[in-house]
Design a binder for this molecule. Sequence first.
Ligand code: ADP
Length: 716
Amino acid sequence: ETSANVKRKRVSEDSPGRTHQSQLQQRRIKLLDSRKQLPIWQRQKDIRDALRDNDVLILSGETGSGKSTQVPQFFLDQPWCGFPGKIAVTQPRRVAAISLARRVAEEMGTPLGSSSPASKVGYSVRFDESTSPSTRIKFLTEGMLLQEMLRDASLSQYKCVIVDEVHERSVNIDLILGFLKQLQTRRKDLKVVVMSATADADSLQRFFAAQLLENTRHDSKSVPNDSQTDGEAEVDADDAPWHGFDDEDQQSSSNIATCHVEGRQYPVITRYLDSPTEDTIEASLHRIFQIHCKEPTPGDLLVFMTGQEAIQSLQKLVEEYALGLTTDYPKMLVLPLFAALPQAAQQLIFQPAPRNTRKVILTTNIAETSVTVPGVRFVVDTGKAKVKQFRNRIGLDSLLVKQISRSSADQRKGRAGREAAGQCYRLYTEEAYKSLDKDSTPEVLRCDLSQAVLTMKARGVGDVLRFPLLTPPPKEAMEKALLQLCELGALDEHGNISPIGRKIARLPLTPALGRVIIEAATPETDCLVEVIDIVACLSVEHIFLAIDTEEGREKASVARRQLLRRQGDHLTYLAAVQAYAAEQSDRRRWADDHMISHRAMQSVMDVRQQLTAQCRQAKLFTTQEAHPATDEATQERIVKCFLRGFSSNVARACPDGSYKTFAGNQTVAIHPSSVLFGRKVEAIIYNQFVYTNKAYARDVSVVQLRWLEEALDGMA
Ligand code: ADP
């Protein structure tokens, strides 16, 4: 080697940090140009001024206008932000939180999260925290911000909380807005930014200005001659979320600014079906190839589907058909996108397609506003989404495939016109579009509120019926949640949070699953290790690959023979996790051999590790952690733990072969994906209720009626 070479080599070995630094800076400078093109760039002065002079900023702007990436950066050097004042940005989904953090770190030329103590941008999502002592902007999921409030109700480390994607109106968003509104009366230095992709700022403004409205309301009541307004005001006042705050809250209301950023939107041609279709997978497949083969314009496709299973079926079909394309056509690269997809796979959608290749992204409503996929010119919209829906009659949440709202349909369409003129193919008729609801119903009106109520109780809200919520749910729904929490032992008879309730609230799980964990941790039950494995499987979408043919079913039952347990899905999941964890050589191969999703299993191992750490931290392990085998007695104890959390999800066999729930007398059938499918047992417990063409129980195990009686005795 020449001496110059040696020298060069030594320099780069000596200062790997410096090389990395200069790479980061090069990338930062490169990205600055594209940041300047974003519509929000022109408005940065307005936005800074608005928050300097006010406590709350309501900012609306089209998806892709630059809200999530730019707004937090605008505030970093503001005097009110101080140093090292931190900014929190909440996101509805892990994917968005992580990919935004990565992007903003790149834009700022700083390493990401825990990779370096000097990193200024980090993230925190369930089961994965990546921050450093110098973190100034932290992207976190809504659930994680609520968790942080358990440790520090004043969120004292933050100078500013940005609540993003507010138009989604999840329960967590509504809770956060309520807490922040209350918090601002105590912390005058706290700035709040509420960002939304829809321009409906009115209700948010009214919410934050509640006290003014309260006054007006009193005024209007005292004007006797305007009976109509008077009447309306009375009705409003009765269920108004801001009616009856603590005295403290009455003292002042926040100063509120609003700002709207015009997006860049190219025209999008919309096409409808002439007649409705039942089979959206078939219709999507047809449309994808029509576009791919007939449209000369380049550009990627974004296809909105209902969920993971539909996406994976369609992916298989598209890939199969694509093999038959002649070389006259560009290649196709099919990429799935759904919340349960591991991070690395999700990142692929941001990369440009290789030469002569069209990306076909199959997504859930995650890409509606939350994740901006570059390069898209064609949108295919099935018009459906899976939503959580509380079924009052049976008293539990279920996932239902529902028609989307018109505003969702318009958001989906908009994705095609971000970078150039585009096309949107709606797989429904124009009449169907016109008959869609204008907006989606806020989640707080359609889901089980037990987690929300426990969240409030654990953060010191005494009277949950008076907590300020943007849309107050019916009183009965709140009362039902209180009752359920009492049954779980999370609240005492006075409605105060119990020690068990506090433990449950710290776990990133629903109260029912949390209760299962607590139950498993008692010295008598002693099966926490096993129950964590099962709960980890239940929190990941599906570990067993979906099978839709009789032949496939037979093949799978042979491949999975050693894992299947007669007692049901819970113990089958346990067997799968234990076997996977014990596999030392080639886990991917093991997964393929057993027709199990390797990706899902990786997520399970992630969740398992994190849950174990959390349980250890909460001192839930009373005995040794390692349990080598599971004998019959342990198996029985494990299923009984689930009974403690899900006593209302038990159904008994009827003479006609169906099952009817004890609570509500609802008929359910065992889902074909269950190991108990086609078998008849005395009674079943299940974790999930899905409604497709009929009511199905998923994640099912056998229970004995005797256990149920014991459980009821124990609760009494
Ligand atoms: P908004 O919040 O208004 O929807 P964003 O700030 O999320 O807008 O996105 C602005 C632009 O930044 C996007 O159009 C996209 O080009 C780019 N961008 C955002 N996130 C990423 C990412 N993870 N990778 C690459 N580009 C991204």
